[in-house]
Design a binder for this molecule. Structure first.
Ligand code: 3HC
Length: 297
């Protein structure tokens, strides 16, 4: 007899049923609606620009915020490129593309986005930077706004301490790269996060065509607690000469149905990001098994 964890799909928490929205267009088929008609996305890097695009194609007005005008320009070019491909693939019309682009405004200051009813932070993975940003976010956005972070590993509870009495509105809203393609949003409840904030986050993620799944506020949440040690182990396997890097990736692709091998995925995520997340796991969970492979440095 095989030991199994789940006897059927029914045994899994129903929180994460799919909404059925198209991953690269919009997910307007949500069963729950939210009152949100505009969001601010703080940070216009890979993740921030992806989140902004998915929100805009879901009919939400977006303020894409970044201190760097160059970064905003790159985000604008990325939005145009992905939407043009959607038109070319007949997933949307030229008019729908123009409407989506018109929903995004690009601003260099958070204050310019201050009317937004929701904020998602997708800036540098640095606790001090996030603390400063969240303090400002709690001052700039309306008292009803959810203040979400796309952090991949920093504690939601500790980020929330920067916001004083807004801590109940701080939540983890963890998207995956590339955001327009990947279906998951990991929703993380900090110690002070209210149930209302969590349910509003689930509703917004569904409206964006994503599948929200809840996780608790422990280092790496679920995604990076599981993914990063696997990537780290692939680097150790390479370092110890178990196989050449190409072979490691091909074995995992062909044998375990990964879309890309763990070493290539590490490149895609960024070796610095992988190293940083492993250090968070190592320091917070206190187990030698999380020590980052020297090859990740
Ligand atoms: N933005 C928008 N669309 C994109 C895209 C991007 N950055 N990258 C790829 N796509 C689209 C392509 O346009 C294409 O769509 P179309 O042909 O229907 O128009 C489709 O995705 C497939 O792309 P490709 O044919 O170029 O290549 P692949 O089939 O190899 O797919 C991939 C690329 C989707 C990136 C796939 O390799 C994959 O799923 N890789 C694994 C990604 C993954 O694991 N992400 C999670 C990273 S961990 C994370 O984000 C958490 C963080 O905390 C670390």
């Amino acid at each position: 007899f095989r030991r199994v964890l789940f006897r059927s799909a029914d045994a899994v928490d129903s929180t994460h049923e799919t909404s059925g929205g198209h991953p690269r267009t919009n997910g307007a088929s949500s069963t729950m609606s939210t009152e949100i008609d505009s969001i601010a996305v703080i940070g216009a890097g890979t993740m921030g620009s992806g989140i902004a695009l998915v929100a805009a194609t879901s009919g939400i007005d977006v303020h894409q915020v970044d201190l760097s005008s160059d970064q905003l320009e790159r985000a604008r070019a990325y939005h145009d490129k992905v939407l043009s491909r959607n038109v070319q693939k007949e997933r949307m019309t030229e008019d729908e593309k123009a409407e989506a682009l018109a929903r995004i405004s690009y601003c260099e200051s958070m204050e310019d986005a201050g009317a937004a009813g929701w904020a998602v932070e997708a800036a540098t993975e640095n606790p001090e930077v996030k603390a400063k940003l969240f303090k400002t976010m709690s001052e700039v956005f309306p008292a009803s706004a959810v203040l979400a972070t796309n952090t991949s590993s920093i504690s939601i509870t500790s980020i929330a301490t920067a916001t004083g009495d807004a801590a109940d509105r701080v939540v983890g809203m963890h998207f995956f790269n590339p955001v327009p393609v990947m279906k998951l949003v990991e929703v993380i409840k900090g110690l002070a996060t209210s149930e209302e904030t969590v349910s509003r986050t689930i509703a917004l993620a569904e409206r964006m065509g994503k599948t929200p799944i809840k996780a608790n506020d422990r280092a790496g949440f679920v995604s990076n607690r599981v993914l990063m040690p696997m990537i780290n182990e692939a680097f150790y396997a390479w370092m110890e000469g178990v196989a050449e890097p190409e072979a490691i990736d091909d074995i995992m692709k062909l044998g375990c149905a990964f879309p890309m091998g763990p070493l290539r995925l590490a490149d895609f995520i960024g070796l610095d990001v992988c190293h940083h997340i492993m250090m968070v796991l190592y320091e917070e969970l206190g187990d030698q098994k999380y020590f980052p492979c020297p090859k990740l440095r």
